[in-house]
Design a binder for this molecule. Structure first.
Ligand code: ADP
Ligand code: MG
Length: 616
């Protein structure tokens, strides 16, 4: 029989290897950014056209390459980063396989300009489908610029497989986020189709997160810090109330490399247990530093998976570090979601710092040691030892001001004492009485005791559900404006408004004109007054931007939340009795009255027996 085994030609081998390394434009972006970082760049520019299908360019101010190195860098297994296999175990660079450039050059048109600092002239080189088209001497700044065009031009199947520009751009942005977050000390610029998407100066970790995710990210962050022999952990977690229904803001960096680790993710989740709804995800930005010898990053061609020597220890350390941070910063259970309709006292540990001297707080109390016990009644409370019972009022006190404990309740409620003692007749009379406490809470009676409702959150909930209904059923009522309202916005804001225009119309907005930087509004939702239109639209734009950045948005939900937040009654507003009663009725007519649209508790219940206990 004739010999049938052939050696694959290099360009075919490279194409096959490319399949592993380059799945989509975002993979190219990742490799090029990582090379720039390995080259010691302090400033990196990323330029994208048409979701990376048109063009991907990365320009760095790193060490550059000599003419020979520039040529060699496109060879398979050409790398300056390891010399022998053992080096793999002591890796401080992102790359090591020497495959990226060879793979990219096998399936695209690539152009490189590069110059090391000490050399006067730069090298300019073009390579298409692994074939060098030209190499010449040129003039260029120090560093390297690599330009990748027509990705997958010679593999139509792969090219057709690519998603829309928008989707590919989203992948690129994700990749960019990961790299930018891992390297706050490097300045980044990111452009798409000529407009600047990100301009990130050289800053610290926290500022970098804020620059990437928007100024509102700052208030969500809780610092995390721990140093052990095994691992050094730093970074931030998002406060539990900002947990998301969808994934998006979960970042692990090991030795400044973004990694995915379902196992460590689980460690974080378990630290948040009981603090967030079971089907939601906490956000985190965690930077782990370990001995490079104790991990193996070699197990995945795109290098996002890492194997740790001692995963169990790492898990335990991570979990307890996060619990510690949550505890230290007073981020404790506000709601136990397993209770469903029942409530625990959500306030006993909150606002600890503003408590009154008379009140003793069990500082050793560890909210994680033991979750509030489940009881069977409709109004379940955590059982406290009598010694620590004052703790029950800590939250209440601070919210009510100077006076301590119930004395202030009494004081505030003098005028309507009648309703507090209404208990006896309440069985027969179902009409609840309400009163407003410190322009903040609505207190009302129920069969088993009383409910203290946060007026603003309650109204948010009512409005939120109403808007959701309006949008889904398309039943919103619009009020025509006598004179159309002209409002100016930035170009990018107008772009966003255009994107959400249809949703805005479903809730009652009407536009006669949307210009480049101006909007003409002819109708507004019934609930919105003319003077509120600006605030509502501004808020919408910023919330929408945030949500897009976070990768998780339903337009409808963002819209309903924003409107609810902006239009709701605020703390400090006086509500007359009729409004109070209608708010209470509307609240309890809601599908989910316990939490605000932003997952904050709306009310607390205090049963008669709780009150009885306090009189012992
Ligand atoms: P790896 O990064 O795994 O070594 P690559 O194919 O990504 O493999 O790059 C090959 C080599 O080209 C690198 O080892 C490095 O020496 C050189 N190189 C690539 N990009 C740059 C750059 N932006 N600046 C300087 N050198 C670079
Ligand atoms: Mg590389």
């Amino acid at each position: 029989m004739a010999d049938i085994i052939k050696l694959l030609p290099d360009h075919v081998a490279n194409q096959i290897a490319a399949g592993e390394v380059v799945q989509r434009p975002a993979s190219v972006v990742k490799e090029l950014l990582e090379n720039a970082i390995d080259a010691g760049a302090t400033s990196i520019k990323l330029i994208i056209k048409d979701g990376g299908k048109g063009l991907i360019q990365v320009i760095d101010n790193g060490i550059g390459m000599s003419g020979t190195d520039a040529r060699l860098s496109f060879e398979r297994h050409a790398t300056s980063k390891i010399e022998k296999a053992e080096d793999l175990f002591n890796l401080n660079t992102k790359g090591f396989r020497g495959e990226a450039l060879a793979s990219i050059a096998a399936i695209a048109h690539v152009e490189m300009q590069t110059r090391p600092e000490q050399e006067e002239m730069a090298t300019h080189l073009r390579i298409e489908g692994s074939e060098i088209k030209f190499q010449e001497v040129s003039v260029a700044p120090k560093g390297t610029s690599i330009l990748v065009k027509n990705l997958f031009y010679n593999i139509p199947a792969r090219r057709n497989f690519l998603k829309s520009n928008l989707v590919e751009l989203r992948h690129i942005t994700d990749e960019f986020h990961r790299v930018a977050l891992a390297h706050p000390g490097i300045a980044f610029n990111y452009y798409n189709n000529g407009s600047e998407l990100f301009n990130l100066p050289n800053v610290n970790q926290r500022q970098r997160i804020v620059h990437v995710f928007g100024s509102k990210a700052n208030e969500r962050l809780v610092p995390v810090k721990e140093e052990t022999q095994v691992v050094k952990i730093s970074g931030f977690i998002n406060k539990p109330e900002f947990a998301k229904k969808s994934r998006g803001e979960q970042f692990f960096f090991v030795n400044n490399r973004y990694i995915k680790s379902p196992y460590l993710h689980h460690a974080v989740l378990s630290a948040f247990e009981g603090l967030i709804k079971p089907d939601s995800f906490p956000g985190y930005f965690l930077y782990l530093e370990v001995d490079p010898g104790s991990i193996d990053i070699n197990i995945h061609p795109t290098k996002t998976e890492v194997k740790f020597d001692d995963e169990h220890t790492l898990y335990a350390i991570l979990r307890s570090t996060i619990k510690h941070s949550l505890g230290q910063f007073n981020i404790v259970p506000e709601l136990d979601f397993e209770h469903d309709q029942n409530l625990d006292t959500p306030y006993y540990y909150k606002d600890k710092s503003v408590m009154q001297p008379k009140v003793t707080v069990d500082t050793g109390f560890n909210p994680f040691k033991e979750m509030p016990q489940k009881t069977t009644g409709t109004l379940a409370y955590k059982k406290q030892s009598t010694e620590g019972w004052e703790n029950l009022y800590v939250g209440l006190d601070s919210k009510m001001g100077k006076e301590v404990g119930f004395s202030s309740v009494k004081f505030e409620s003098d005028a309507i004492t009648g309703s507090i003692f209404q208990g006896q007749q309440e069985e027969t009379e179902s009409i609840a009485t309400t009163f407003q406490l410190r322009r903040k809470y609505i207190v009302t009676t129920i069969k088993s005791g009383m409910v203290v409702i946060d007026q603003s959150r309650a109204h948010q909930r009512v409005l939120y559900e109403q808007f959701l209904r309006n949008i889904t059923l398309n039943e919103a009522v619009s009020q025509q404006l006598l004179f159309p309202l002209r409002m100016s916005f930035s170009k990018s804001d107008i772009d966003i408004l255009k994107e959400i225009k249809d949703s805005l119309m479903t809730i009652g907005f009407m536009f006669s004109e949307i210009g480049d930087e101006e909007l003409k509004i002819t109708g507004v939702p019934l609930m919105v007054t003319e003077s509120e239109v600006g605030i509502v639209l501004d808020q919408l734009i910023s919330d929408y931007q945030m949500q897009v950045a976070e990768n998780s948005f339903s337009q409808t939900d963002v819209l309903a939340k924003t409107l609810a937040k902006t239009l709701s009654v605020k703390t400090g507003e006086v509500l007359n009795n009729a409004s109070q009663i209608s708010l209470v009725n509307n609240l309890f007519g809601c599908k989910e009255s316990r939490v605000s649209p932003f997952n904050k508790p709306v009310y607390v219940t205090i049963t008669e027996s709780d009150i009885d206990k306090k009189f012992i």
